[in-house]
Design a protein around this ligand. Structure first.
Ligand code: SAJ
Length: 448
């Protein structure tokens, strides 16, 4: 198996394509010339890395495989698939506000793959999908448009990525890889393929189990964060500090000598909300798969309520702001509120599903004047956004910490106090230490 096509030049497709191209394969990336991402084709073909932020090793890897080895290049048409031994699908599968996945793009890609695949090709779906998608959505489309029979004429695998922003390459190589085939032979062929780039364990399973594992991996985290957020709401009402409670709870030691008798605790961090391209989406994908392809219907409670608790946190922040202003006899109407951070994660420029947005809109609904500062994000459609901290702070009635960018750790609090009209701070990430906030009216999420 020498020639691979990777469809979708994004966070997942680019590192995977470059790694295979660096390990003996000839790789062709396929990227549609869309408004948002078309520019990546020429960028990659000139040996440059289109992914922003710090991604150790990725720049050199791309330059090496494109310029030196000439084993990786990108095109915008699917016909190259007719010569391929393997095809990886790395396209995004967004969900709408009700949590239903939008499979339009996946459908279009699968139809094009079906049109061109040759006998005995291995197709691997790497994108995160609702459980059941590989077998009940992708397989039929491939068979219909190729006239081939899955398992008999071609192999089909679901194998998910565990990439994290800032460590795309590291995770791909060093994290165990789950390989879920629609049949034994597919699984084996998938394991063989990944053995060329994964140094960690390759774990065989079936496609459906692998799809469930992927979305459960992130749903698990979403539920844990929701637990921490619910404890924070309880602590606020009781007047204790949820972050202190978390430290005490997690002080239960993990006794490796006898873990069963002493299951340690790992309470997550309460916060202003849960953003990103994984957690807000994957619980809904899990539910969608259950509803669509589950044998009998049942509505999950914990994972859906947890998702709702996390989605509610930005609005809880808005009520904390309103209370803080009221306690200082300031009307929220016409007040100036400065939000620190629109990226969903600290020290990142990624704004997908950022909790800052619902908070911003809720404050506008209350007729406040809102400005958002972020050191990494240069622009955001329709938002009053600035990279100029003085502008953001000047004459503000309330400062709201939503994203824990390191840059905010070194804020000169005297400068902040002088610039603001009313030195009121609402801290959404346990970022400031109340004791050091003299001269400020300090309110912390989860701190009572
Ligand atoms: N968050 C909290 N409390 C926490 C942890 C996170 O409020 O205790 C918030 C963050 O502020 C952020 C959101 O949740 O807004 C998501 O944070 P994240 O650390 O989960 O970052 P992601 O979205 O990049 O998650 C990815 C996921 N990895 C994959 O999907 C392969 C996730 O499963 C990983 O656990 C996570 O990276 C990671 O650990 O870095």
């Amino acid at each position: 198996m020498k020639k691979i096509a990777v469809i979708g030049m994004g966070y997942v497709g680019i590192p995977a394509a470059a790694l295979f191209a660096d390990n003996g394969f000839v790789v062709t990336g396929i990227q549609r010339r869309s408004k948002r991402s078309g520019w990546k084709i020429d960028w990659l073909n000139s040996g440059k890395n289109p992914i922003g932020g710090k991604e150790p090793g990725l720049d050199d890897l791309i330059r090496r495989v494109v310029i030196e080895k000439k084993s990786f290049h990108v095109v915008d048409d699917f016909s190259v698939i007719k010569d391929m031994d393997a095809v990886l699908i790395d396209v995004q599968t967004p969900t709408d506000e009700k949590g239903s996945p939008n499979y339009d793009y996946l459908k279009d890609v699968c139809e094009n793959i079906g049109k061109y695949i040759k006998d005995n090709v291995l197709v691997v779906l790497e994108s995160t999908v609702a459980p059941g998608t590989t077998k009940f959505f992708v397989k039929p489309i491939l068979e219909k448009h190729s006239g081939l029979k899955a398992s008999k004429d071609f192999s089909l695998v679901f194998s998910y990525e565990r990439v994290m922003v800032g460590r795309l390459l590291y995770n791909l190589v060093n994290y165990p890889r789950i390989v879920g085939g629609i049949d034994e032979r597919s699984t084996k062929r998938g394991m063989d393929l990944y053995s060329h780039i994964v140094k960690a364990d390759l774990i065989p399973t079936d496609a459906l189990t692998a799809e469930v594992a992927k979305v459960v991996e992130n749903t698990y985290r979403d539920v844990n964060i929701a637990f921490a957020n619910e404890v924070a709401l309880i602590c606020e009402s009781l007047g204790v500090n949820a972050y202190k409670v978390r430290e005490l709870v997690n002080s239960l030691p993990n006794d490796p000598s006898d873990p069963a008798t002493n299951p340690y605790r790992n309470m997550h961090f309460p916060g202003a909300g849960v953003g990103g391209h994984c957690l807000p989406k994957d619980p809904w994908l899990l539910k969608y798969g259950l509803d669509k392809w589950g044998k009998k219907s049942f509505s999950p409670k914990i994972i859906i309520d947890a998702r709702k608790i996390n989605a509610e946190m930005p609005f809880h922040m808005a009520s904390l702001i309103k209370d803080a202003l009221n306690e200082n006899n300031i009307e929220i109407k016409n007040s100036k509120i400065c939000i620190l951070g629109i990226a969903f994660l600290q020290n990142s420029d990624d704004t997908r599903n950022t909790p800052s947005l619902p908070l911003y809109n809720r404050l506008l609904e209350k007729n406040a004047n809102v400005i958002i500062h972020d050191p990494y994000v240069k622009k955001y459609e329709g938002i009053n956004l600035t990279n100029d901290l003085d502008l953001a702070l000047s004459n503000a009635d309330c400062l709201v910490l939503v994203t824990a960018h390191d840059e905010y750790r070194h804020l000169d609090l005297n400068r902040v106090k002088k610039a603001m009209k009313n030195p009121i701070i609402v801290d959404g990430r346990n970022f400031f230490d109340k004791e050091k906030m003299e001269g400020f009216a300090y309110y912390g999420l989860g701190k009572g």
